[in-house]
Design a protein around this ligand. Structure first.
Ligand code: IPM
Ligand code: MG
Length: 369
């Protein structure tokens, strides 16, 4: 039986609560003989700052570099509002993305039939929705230099962030999007703001060339990023794969998440380039939702995005696509049975907590194993 070494980084807020449910799912798969999942757990974000004065320790980075996959919960919270900027909890996540070179962030937004009512949009707009946002994750304004606040002679301050992309960075993320479209519905929508940004002009040019030269059978369209946000709430089913830069991808994926009923539903995979020798990719899997400090520690959080992220790890890093299908099916079973956490429950309806939802998914999974 294949053995996998997983690094669990639960982080802050609801992170530890939802991660605990992933462990149960991994145990169930292990017991059914699908693999041996060795897990190691370490600190990240505010929890790591409290312990070591850094949002991610060097020893944790070493573990992340050697793991078959990293599972990440969430970071941040009001407790760390005043820590120095370079040590804020989010810096831990950004270092992991950068140092593992996880340039491709896959954020699928799928509307489970049972949840069409939980969306703030009308049922016909989101029923059957299945889109994939491909977000560039190691470039753009998140990492561009200069990135600074300077004090001017007149005492005013001047803050600068730099949006920057090279041909190579755009080419490789475009290929990820086109490759996904090939095994989906054959359509890529590229988004940028070429009407105001030089990096948008280059983005559009490069994506167009890669599409024409390497993927002539894939339909390619271009939407300005603001218009894409509008179209996502107007008629999201027009999209298959949306490819965007780091910042637009952050925003558009939150919008897409809400279409599916709740931020608590959306998983994500962050992937590096395949290793030339082994073909293996570095990878990190995290829910799109954050640490939700308002409900942390109360056992109320929805674990589905975190469990779905583990499903993506099975599919994209561990070569266990069938097990991933089973996990996805177990989630759908539980939703179809009517069980809801608070974030996806109808007003006034009964809702269960994190542990009950996790247990129900494990039970549904066992039935399918
Ligand atoms: C996300 C989050 C992160 C981001 C934060 C926590 C740094 O919003 O993964 O979408 O902005 O990328
Ligand atoms: Mg975000």
């Amino acid at each position: 039986m294949a053995s996998f070494n997983l690094l669990l980084l639960p982080g802050d807020g609801i992170g530890p609560e939802v991660m605990a449910e992933v462990k149960k799912v991994a145990d169930a798969l292990g017991k059914a003989g699908l693999g041996t999942f060795e897990t190691e757990t370490d600190l990240v974000g505010g929890a790591a700052y409290d312990a070591h004065g850094k949002a991610v320790a060097d020893s944790t980075m070493q573990l992340a570099l050697s793991a078959d996959a990293v599972l990440f919960g969430a970071v941040g919270g009001p407790k760390w509002a005043k820590v120095p900027y370079e040590h804020r909890p989010e810096a831990g996540l950004l270092r992991l993305r950068k140092d593992l070179a996880l340039f491709a962030n896959l954020r699928p937004a799928v509307c489970y039939p049972a949840l069409a009512e939980a969306s703030s949009l009308k049922r016909e707009v989101i029923e059957g929705l299945d889109i994939m946002i491909v977000r560039e994750l190691t470039g753009g304004v998140y990492f561009g230099e200069p990135k600074e606040v300077v004090t001017l002679e007149n005492g005013q301050k001047r803050a600068v962030d730099t949006q920057v992309y090279t041909t190579h960075e755009i080419e490789r993320i475009a290929r990820v999007a086109f490759d996904l479209a090939k095994v989906r519905r054959g359509k890529v929508t590229s988004t940028e703001k070429h009407n105001v940004m030089r990096s948008g002009v280059l983005w559009k040019e490069v994506v167009t060339r890669i599409g024409a030269e390497e993927y002539p059978d894939i339909e390619l369209e271009h939407h300005l990023a603001d218009a894409c946000g509008m179209q996502l709430v107007r008629w999201p089913k027009q999209y298959d794969v949306i490819v965007c830069d780091n910042l637009f991808g952050d925003m558009l994926s939150d919008v897409a998440a809400m279409l599916t009923g709740s931020l608590g539903m959306l998983p994500s995979a962050s992937l590096g380039a395949p290793d030339a020798a082994t073909g293996k990719r570095k990878s990190l899997y995290e829910p799109v939702h954050g640490s939700a400090p308002d409900i942390a520690g109360q056992g109320l959080a929805n674990p589905i995005a975190m469990i779905g992220s583990f499903g993506m790890a099975l599919r994209y890093s561990l070569g266990l696509g069938e097990a991933a299908d089973l996990v996805d099916a177990a989630i759908a079973d539980v939703l179809a049975s009517g069980l809801r956490t608070r974030d996806i429950a109808a007003k006034g309806a009964n809702a269960v907590g994190t542990v009950e939802m996790g247990d129900a998914i494990v039970a549904a999974l066992r039935k399918r194993l």
